[in-house]
Each structure stands twice: as structure tokens, then as C-alpha cells.
Design a protein around this ligand. Structure first.
Ligand code: NAD
Ligand code: UD1
Length: 337
């Protein structure tokens, strides 16, 4: 299939482009490079031998978007493009709603006007809120989101569900990601947070490579085996593979379908820290600190629907996630330029 990948030079998008090419698809990337670098295209070419067509276009630019659709006959869209920093979304809700909602509406309209009827959307486990007990199942519905970022994911799920109800041709696969980490085993592409990272793995990676002094562990008094928060970490290459499976599913089905993408296993902050120590071969300093506001104790997926509908299950474990994260961070201390 010829696939428009919005946000395709970003963390998850770039890994998905590799898997799409390896599965025989024809990806075209659209990205405004707000949170990624043009250098990713060279890295993708080194990994796959293919120069992927690229448009530097903002989803808020309707004319630019129209041109991309006019010049290509897409069979499907995978929609990664969006802002994703939780704290920033609380401080700048208008910016987040405009980019993640208005930008997405522009995309959905362009798809409709050009007769493109398959979409895979990047949603998040954040739409469950703190309302349900893990393992989280799709049939639980959605909970109360705690920040504008999460609300933009919830709204996009609703919008695509409404669009699919009104258009019998449309197939929308709404993937709820758990915690994607790791990097491509080549060490050429990975996660590149701007400034000081908010999420656990990029933070540990910077401590392990000496760029930050220690990890702050946010709370050790949760109701979990070692008191620290438990999450479902998934290797980004597994997550990328899930998108290829979702495209095949979209080809054979119509309607909107919500699907968790996780491993089904929960790991605590300290378990991840110790796994990372094994990967990098030395101790990683940490301090126990107060809980982070808005955090929940435990969050992991019931991955059975992904297995049933997509035939998808993960192949990588925490060891590979830490190994690949460390390799990428060590080999690219400045990120990808
Ligand atoms: P990322 O920031 O690395 O990639 C997103 C890409 O979208 C970036 O390259 C950015 O430049 C681009 N972009 C942003 N706004 C744009 C716009 N208006 N027009 C064109 N391009 C734009 O993020 P990621 O980690 O790869 O996440 C991809 C998607 O998955 C996002 O929608 C994110 O919210 C979602 N998600 C991520 C996680 C995670 O932990 N990384 C978890 C759940 C869901
Ligand atoms: C966070 C977001 C979530 C988003 C997801 C992926 C919050 C409240 N939630 O999820 O909406 O979908 O990222 O982008 O921000 N931790 C530390 N020290 C750190 C960083 C994290 O101890 O420096 C702990 C956290 O308390 C948590 C675990 O590590 O228990 C994972 O944190 P993080 O990587 O930020 O992911 P989530 O909180 O699950």
C-alpha cells in the first residue's frame, strides 16, 4: 500500500517507516520537523536502502496538505503527527488543542476529499485515565483524562469513531500505546527528547551516559511490589510492527476499532533501572523523591485483542529495550542532526 505517514521522522514514525518498507509498503513522510530532524531520512536510507519521499508540511497548512494528497494516490494514512509533552499541554492547552485537534481535522478532511478511507491513529493508554484496574481492556471504555494532551487523544478517538459511523467506507484503527521505549537495533534511529526528558527511559539513558547526574524516582510508597510505579514498556520496533498489522486489518474491515498495544507485563521503575544497569554495565545513581502529580501506581495492558484481531504479539523483552536505548543514546549523544 502507498501510505502517508504523518510525523514519520519522529520516534515511533521513523521505526514504523522501516517496518513498512520491510513489509513491501510504500511510505511517504509528512512532518513539519518541529520535534525531529531531516537527518532521519539519511538514517532511514542507510537502514533500508530506500530514500523515502518527504514533505516538510505542517498539518495546520491546509494548502500544503492538499498538495501532498494531490500529488499522491494514498491507500492509507498512519497518523503520528502531534505534540506529546504532558506538562507542556497543561501550560499551553490552546497550542495542544490547535495542533492535535485542528491539525487532525485538516488531515481527516483532506483524506475525505481525496477518497482515502483507511487510517491508523496513535492513541494512548492515557485515555483510560486512572479509573480502571490493570490489566486494562478496551471494553472498559475511557476514563477521565488528566491533561489536555490526553484529552486530545480522547477527542481524536471520538472524532474518528463518529467519522466511521457516518462513512461506511472508512476504516479507523485506534491504537492505544502503552509505554514505547528502546530504539532500532542498528543504533541509527531512536528517541530524541528536546532538553531535559520527562519520561523515564530517556531520563535513565542520559544518566547512564553521564549527561545527567542521577534519576529521581517519583515515589516508592505505591501499592506495588517495590513501591515504585509499574508500567507496560514496549519496544518501539514491536510497536512499529503493530502498525503494519493494523494496516492489513484496515484493508479487510471498516468501522472504528480500538486496540491496546502493549506487552501485558508490568515493570517497576527500579526493575527498569536495574535492567538498564545490566545493559550499560555500570550502576546508575538514583534518589527516591516525592510522587509526581497525576501519576498512577500501575498501568499495563490486556494485549489479547491485538493478538486476536491483528495476530500481533511482542517479541522483544526489557533486556533488548534497554540495550537498544543505551546503544542509540551512546552513539548519538547530540541526537540526530
Ligand atoms: P515525536 O514527537 O517523536 O513524533 C511526532 C512527529 O510529529 C514529530 O516529528 C513532529 O515534528 C511531528 N509533528 C508535530 N506536529 C506536527 C504538525 N502540526 N504537522 C506536521 N508534523 C508535526 O513523537 P512520538 O513519540 O513518535 O509519538 C508519535 C505519536 O504517538 C504522537 O501522536 C504521540 O502523542 C503518540 N504517543 C506517543 C507515546 C510515547 O510515549 N512516545 C505514547 C502514546 C502515544
Ligand atoms: C507519561 C504520560 C502519559 C503519556 C506517556 C507516554 C504523565 C503523567 N503521563 O506516562 O500521558 O502517554 O508518558 O508519553 O506524564 N518516573 C520516574 N522518574 C522520572 C520519570 C518517570 O520515577 O524521571 C516514573 C513515573 O513516576 C512512572 C514511570 O516512571 O511511574 C513511567 O513514567 P513515564 O515514562 O513518564 O510514563 P507515564 O507516566 O506512564
Amino acid at each position: 500500500m502507498k501510505v502517508l505517514v504523518t510525523g514519520g521522522t519522529g520516534f515511533i514514525g521513523s521505526h514504523t517507516v522501516v517496518e513498512l518498507l520491510q513489509a513491501g509498503h510504500e511510505p511517504v513522510i509528512l512532518d513539519n520537523l518541529y520535534n525531529s530532524s531531516i537527518g532521519v531520512l539519511d538514517r532511514l536510507e542507510t537502514i533500508t536502502g530506500v530514500r523515502v519521499p518527504f514533505y516538510q508540511v505542517d498539518l495546520l497548512d491546509k494548502e500544503g496538505l492538499k498538495k501532498v494528497f494531490d500529488e499522491n494516490d494514498f491507500d492509507a494514512v498512519i497518523h503520528f503527527a502531534g505534540y506529546k509533552a504532558v506538562g507542556e499541554s497543561v501550560a499551553k492547552p490552546l497550542v495542544y488543542y490547535e495542533n492535535n485537534i485542528t491539525g487532525s481535522l485538516n488531515l481527516y478532511r483532506a483524506m475525505k476529499e481525496h477518497g482515502v478511507s483507511r487510517i491508523v491513529f496513535s492513541s494512548s493508554a492515557t485515555v483510560y485515565g486512572g479509573d480502571f484496574e490493570s490489566p486494562l481492556k478496551e471494553e472498559f471504555g475511557t476514563g477521565t483524562t488528566t491533561n489536555p494532551y490526553g484529552t486530545t487523544k480522547l477527542f481524536n478517538e471520538r472524532i474518528l469513531t463518529d467519522l466511521a459511523a457516518a462513512d461506511q467506507e472508512l476504516s479507523a484503527v485506534l491504537l492505544r500505546y502503552f509505554n514505547p521505549i528502546g530504539a532500532h537495533p542498528s543504533g541509527l534511529i531512536g528517541e530524541m527528547p528536546n532538553g531535559i526528558p520527562n519520561n523515564l527511559l530517556p531520563y535513565i539513558a542520559k544518566v547512564a551516559t553521564g549527561q545527567l547526574p542521577y534519576l529521581s524516582v517519583f515515589g516508592d510508597d505505591y501499592d506495588t511490589p517495590d513501591g515504585t510505579g509499574v508500567r507496560d514498556y514496549i519496544h518501539v520496533v514491536d510497536l512499529a510492527r503493530a502498525h503494519v498489522a493494523a494496516l492489513s486489518y484496515a484493508e479487510g474491515h471498516t468501522g472504528a476499532e480500538v486496540i491496546n498495544i502493549g506487552t501485558g507485563n508490568g515493570y517497576s521503575v527500579l526493575e527498569i533501572l536495574h535492567a538498564y544497569e545490566k545493559a550499560c554495565g555500570h550502576e546508575i545513581p538514583y534518589k527516591i523523591c516525592p510522587r509526581r502529580p497525576g501519576d498512577i501506581a500501575v498501568c499495563y495492558a490486556d494485549p489479547s485483542k491485538a493478538k486476536e484481531l491483528l495476530g500481533f504479539s511482542t517479541v522483544y523483552g526489557v533486556e533488548e529495550m534497554c540495550r537498544d536505548s543505551y546503544r542509540f543514546t551512546k552513539e548519538n549523544p547530540e541526537g540526530i542532526l
